[in-house]
Design a protein around this ligand. Structure first.
Ligand SMILES: C[S@@+](CC[C@H](N)C(=O)[O-])C[C@H]1O[C@@H](n2cnc3c(N)ncnc32)[C@H](O)[C@@H]1O
Length: 273
């Protein structure tokens, strides 16, 4: 438990086998799904689309894509860990155990590829991954990626305990390869990889202590706390004080900035999307 998963020399900071990881990912969906779905609506996802959701987590977005693209469409949910995606089989979704850094993808098979909070965990391998994803898109197809910038998290609350765990937690994450420039790096990557019509925007949530959304931050802290203590970054009292604030309904804080970045694969679009 609480080990760093390592594959092909790149670490993913969260351990998929941590007993609370499913709850952490579900709370993450509660915060971010509505904005992601807004973007997908605006992209015009519709009947017959072929969609790939990479780093699918608990699969809520893959489920939405399956409903929207209908029986004539195709949706694939791909992740290093597929244990949380079994429920999607009943929705007609193909579930692939897949390492986006190394596993092959079919050529020009998808109209849309979406990945949320994945690329920023891939370290220097990000460009190679994006080039491989581009190969799996049809000409004119959309790559929609989302990653976070933690700058505003907990800011303005004047709570020292939260500042301390924020500094410690993101230090540990950066050491495991996390890119805290998030979507800013995604914009540069998509441009370097030849995508056209690259557009980006950001969104921030206000989180209330003790809420379903707050659980994501509480579990983030619980997951990283042993490493914060072991590295001497925050002690028991600091962690307990931060936990109290995260459960306090009278306390509100800002989320990360979620940057959504969309680009189109160059070349002739063959179906007028
Ligand atoms: C932070 S979670 C985000 C989950 C989901 N996209 C969401 O936003 O709700 C990152 C997900 O990417 C998966 N992941 C990490 N590294 C991966 C890789 N190399 N290939 C495929 N999936 C990966 C993890 O297992 C996890 O489910």
């Amino acid at each position: 438990m609480n080990d760093v998963s390592v594959s092909e020399g790149v670490a993913y900071v969260y351990d998929s086998d941590w007993q609370l990881e499913t709850r952490r990912l579900l709370a993450n969906q509660v915060i971010w799904d509505a904005g992601t779905i807004d973007h997908l609506e605006r992209l015009g996802v519709r009947d017959g689309w072929r969609c790939l959701e990479v780093g699918a987590g608990c699969g809520s977005i893959a489920g939405w894509l399956a409903d929207r693209s209908g029986p004539g469409g195709r949706v694939v949910a791909a992740d290093l860990s597929t244990e949380r995606l079994g429920w999607l089989a009943g929705r007609g979704v193909e579930v692939w155990r897949h390492d986006v850094r190394s596993d092959p993808l079919p050529a020009e098979a998808f109209d849309l590829i979406h990945a949320r909070m994945l690329l920023q965990h891939l370290g220097e391998g990000r460009d190679a991954v994006v080039r491989r994803l581009a190969g799996a898109l049809r000409p004119g197809g959309f790559l929609y990626v989302e990653d976070t910038d933690p700058s505003p998290v907990f800011r303005g609350t004047a709570k020292d305990a939260l500042s301390a765990v924020k500094a410690a937690g993101y230090q540990i994450m950066r050491e495991a390869g996390f890119d805290d420039r998030g979507g800013q790096s995604d914009i540069e990557t998509l441009l370097r990889c030849g995508f056209s019509d690259v557009v980006a925007d950001g969104r921030v949530a206000v989180i209330r202590g003790g809420s379903a959304e707050a659980e994501n931050y509480l579990l983030w802290l619980d997951y990283l706390a042993p490493r914060m203590r072991a590295a001497g970054l925050v002690g028991d009292a600091g962690i307990a004080a931060a936990r109290r604030l995260l459960q306090d309904p009278d306390h509100r804080w800002l989320s990360q900035v979620m940057l959504s970045v969309v680009g189109r694969k160059g070349g002739r679009a063959d179906d007028g999307h």
